[in-house]
Design a binder for this molecule. Structure first.
Ligand SMILES: [Zn+2]
Length: 141
């Protein structure tokens, strides 16, 4: 499932954006929606990978059985989205370059898996080194 999110992150990078991708899956493993950070592309700081994937999935009757997969530990905004809609599971590509709210989500009953995926770590490490200004903007520093 992480492969879909990584594809999205790479697409974002190719577009000149921030390489964070995500996808929302149903319990049977099918993709409900996928997306990537489009802060730069759409001049919109609210389009994070998770919100983009969430919006692409459209209306779902219930989110408890869905799985949010993201290349990077979710920021507070996206952690809030997972909690607000009662998404049951979260799979995180890596939390080395940025540690968001995944521990908080685990404390509140979300099934959290951190994969420590080398592709995700390398992509963010390279991006942060290349565009520290853009990264600081994205995390509000
Ligand atoms: Zn976010």
């Amino acid at each position: 499932m992480l492969d879909v999110a990584v594809e999205e992150a790479r697409q974002g990078l190719a577009e000149g954006g921030i390489p964070i991708g995500a996808a929302l899956f149903s319990a049977d493993g099918s993709v409900l929606g996928r997306g990537h950070n489009r802060r730069v592309q759409q001049d919109d700081p609210s389009v994070h990978a998770e919100t983009d994937a969430f919006r692409a999935a459209g209306r779902q009757r219930n989110y408890r059985s869905t799985v949010m997969v993201t290349t990077l530990s979710p920021c507070w905004y996206c952690s809030g989205l997972v909690r607000q809609f009662n998404i049951g599971a979260l799979i995180v590509g890596e939390s080395t370059t940025f540690r968001g709210g995944h521990d908080w989500l685990a404390e509140h009953g979300v099934s959290v898996t951190v994969l420590d995926d080398a592709r995700c770590v390398e992509m963010m490490t390279d991006f942060i080194a290349a565009r520290p200004d853009l990264w600081a903007e994205d995390i509000g520093e």
